[in-house]
Design a protein around this ligand. Structure first.
Ligand SMILES: [Fe+2]
Length: 477
């Protein structure tokens, strides 16, 4: 990567800053302007979630993650595309809108009133992911209660603790076994003793949830954002992130402010068996940090292969503050991740990590059918020369192919959509919600996954920008 002078911010990163402006317009499904080829076989809805309001009644949020979330959706049918975007009306946001002023803090933003701050009473903006099963759609928070969304209108139905089975808080990510169709997600609960338990949930095809098992973690774990799935295991890795609780309890800090990186404590692997009685194998390995698994699978010798976007250290959380996201400085300062393969050996209680490709990658996705299997392709966002590209990474060879959407266009996380009757793992399309800095608007780019080097084959453009999204999914149909 080209070296920067001290304090220099590349023009590509400065241009991206406007993607972090508050969402200007909400609307239900309306026809979008298209360019290029929109394949007629591409049928279904592409959902994204992400922070959308960066200030409320004149009070700015401190951090990218603090913004009230919005769901955006893009419906593909017969070569046409309709788009919609709506802010998720959490109960706290509704209360604030009725009061006509900001009442709550968020993860890194202190609340204006003492009584709303103590015991970590803050708004959870439900802005990280979506979970879609059957005819149900939820906006997913990190460490909060999911919010049910009407998939046809994107209007907010309200908090839904999975029909009552949720034990306190869900984590953001879910995984689906492509053969059984069972979707899993996880969550945390915090006991009065200031210890944390991990909970695992499974959903049937209608979206009905069961609580599968609880795992006392024996300490205060604050983040288990994502997990990996194999035929035998759910794979979690808890990194040495600690929180000084007293400032949070007494309202002196916003809840996520006093996070500390304690590398000397090591990263802890938790393997939870999918089958009852859900035995747990746990052990420590060398410290690393990650948000996202790409995939995992079992080997015949009992070892477990997991591919992760690994960082050497956790960024100081303030790196992604809104001011630096808007100036572009956040990308200059942020830690860089690469795709590592970790082979976990439950019998010997050890994990070995090696790098598959040294490119800077995160937000990995795969074909749904590749999950839990020995596979070939990960499609992450890849950063080169201060720009983000769509990428296809062959985990068997380390080969990398990139799809460039244009100098002033920045992709987000991709979703893979298989072609009807697909036989090859890469026989399908990649969809990504991208920001065009020249025209300050957002659109869905469609790439042929077998030839992503050709760039986008088609676009569906909104009139306005959608603030930089985090995660989402594609629902066929
Ligand atoms: Fe994530």
């Amino acid at each position: 990567m080209t070296e920067l002078r001290d304090g220099e911010i590349p023009e590509t990163r400065r241009a991206l800053g406007r993607a972090f402006q508050t969402l200007g317009r909400e609307h239900g499904f309306e026809p979008l302007t298209t360019e290029g080829t929109i394949p007629k076989e591409l049928r279904g809805t592409f959902y994204r979630n992400g922070p959308a309001l960066y200030e409320l009644f004149g009070r700015p949020y401190v951090h990218y993650f603090d913004g009230d979330g919005a769901i955006s959706a893009f419906r593909f049918r017969d070569g046409r595309v309709e788009g919609a975007v709506r802010v998720t009306e959490t109960p706290d946001l509704t209360e604030e809108r009725r009061a006509g002023r900001a009442l709550y803090g968020s993860g890194f933003t202190k609340g204006p009133l003492w009584r709303k701050r103590v015991f970590a009473r803050a708004k959870n903006p439900t802005n990280i992911h979506v979970l879609a099963i059957g005819r149900k759609l939820w906006a997913m928070p990190e460490m909060g209660v999911p919010i049910a969304i009407d998939p046809e209108t994107l209007s907010t139905r309200g908090p839904d603790p999975f029909g009552g089975v949720l034990r306190q808080m869900t984590n953001a990510h879910c995984r689906t076994d492509p053969e059984s169709g069972v979707t899993y997600t996880s969550g945390l609960s915090m006991e009065m003793s200031m210890t944390t338990s991990l909970h695992v949930y499974a959903f049937d095809a209608s979206g009905a949830a069961r609580h599968l098992t609880s795992v006392p973690l024996g300490g205060f774990v604050v983040m288990l954002h994502d997990f990996a799935l194999t035929k035998r295991w759910l794979v979690f890795v808890a990194h040495p992130v600690r929180v000084r609780l007293l400032p949070v309890i007494f309202g002196l800090s916003a809840p996520a402010e006093p996070m500390q990186w304690r590398p000397e404590l090591g990263s802890e692997v938790l393997l939870v068996e999918r089958a009852p009685p859900h035995r747990v194998t746990r052990f420590r390995m060398d410290t690393f940090f990650h948000f996202h698994f790409a995939n995992a699978f079992d080997r015949d010798d009992g070892t477990v292969v997991t591919d992760v976007c690994a960082y050497d250290t956790m960024d100081a959380p303030e790196v992604m503050n809104v001011i630096d996201a808007r100036s572009g400085r956040a990308w200059v300062r942020g830690a860089k991740s690469r795709l590592d393969r970790i082979t976990l050996d439950p019998a010997r209680m050890k994990g070995d990590r090696e790098t598959i490709a040294s490119e800077v990658v995160d937000f990995p996705t795969t074909a749904a059918r590749a999950q839990t299997h020995d596979y070939r392709y990960v499609y992450p966002m890849l950063t080169r020369e201060h720009r983000d590209l769509v990428a296809k990474l062959d985990v068997q060879t380390g080969d990398v192919e990139v799809g460039d959407l244009g100098r002033w266009r920045c992709p987000g996380e991709a979703s893979f959509v298989p072609r009807d009757g697909a036989t090859g793992e890469d026989d399908g399309w990649l969809l990504t919600l991208a920001y065009d800095a020249e025209r300050h608007r957002s659109g869905v780019a469609i790439l042929d996954a077998a030839r992503i080097g050709e760039g986008a084959i088609g676009w569906a453009w909104m009139e306005q920008h959608v603030p930089f999204p985090i995660h989402g999914c594609f629902v066929p149909g």
